[in-house]
Design a protein around this ligand. Sequence first.
Ligand SMILES: [Zn+2]
Length: 232
Amino acid sequence: MSFLSTKNDVITYTVDQTSNSSLYISIHNGEVIVKAPTYYTQRQIQSIVEQKKNWILKHLKEYIEAENIRTQKINQEPIFIFGKQYDILLKYENTKSPTLNLRNKYVEIILPAKYIDLDKTKIIHATITKMYSSIAKDQIENMMEDIRHQLGFAPEDFKIQDLGNQLAKCSNSIITINPCIMQYSRETIRFIITHEFCHLKYKNHTKSFYELMEKHIFNYEEIAKQTNNLKF
Ligand SMILES: [Zn+2]
């Protein structure tokens, strides 16, 4: 095992000089392996590792991050945004309040370090609810507009509001959307909102109500089946 000290890090690497291939650095399971021709001196190898240190550190960092996700996401249920699954990665930093970053394949929640030994269920839930709210604020208006175009009528107004277990409601010509529906696919969200639009015409789930739904939802049966257990 050899070491290279950089300004902030120490790179440990294993040198393999058993073959006569050209010099080659690889990273496997977080381990740096330098394959070098037999005639290379330790000093020459060290100098090449030095030149490549940024590349090595970048890949080591990616490996460590992926490893952290693997270990820390345990006990956290994944969440969904527009039907796509995201694992939750919890991090602790010296911050005052929780922050959430939406990454490509996971959701990173940074909590104040003082929370580390507390029960985080509520705080994680609140942080995710806040994220759904901001996605809803950004997206719902356009979706409402699309549905208005298709159906040819619209509510007087709409609200985005946490309704507990209920996903959406329509009363007094106002449609209220629970931001947590942002977890479902766009198709399902559209189904839920269209359902509330149809209540503008028919208060109850009558035959005419369902006829109106079926007229405006492509593959109605299938989505109706998927959303059967949802409350709206
Ligand atoms: Zn209904």
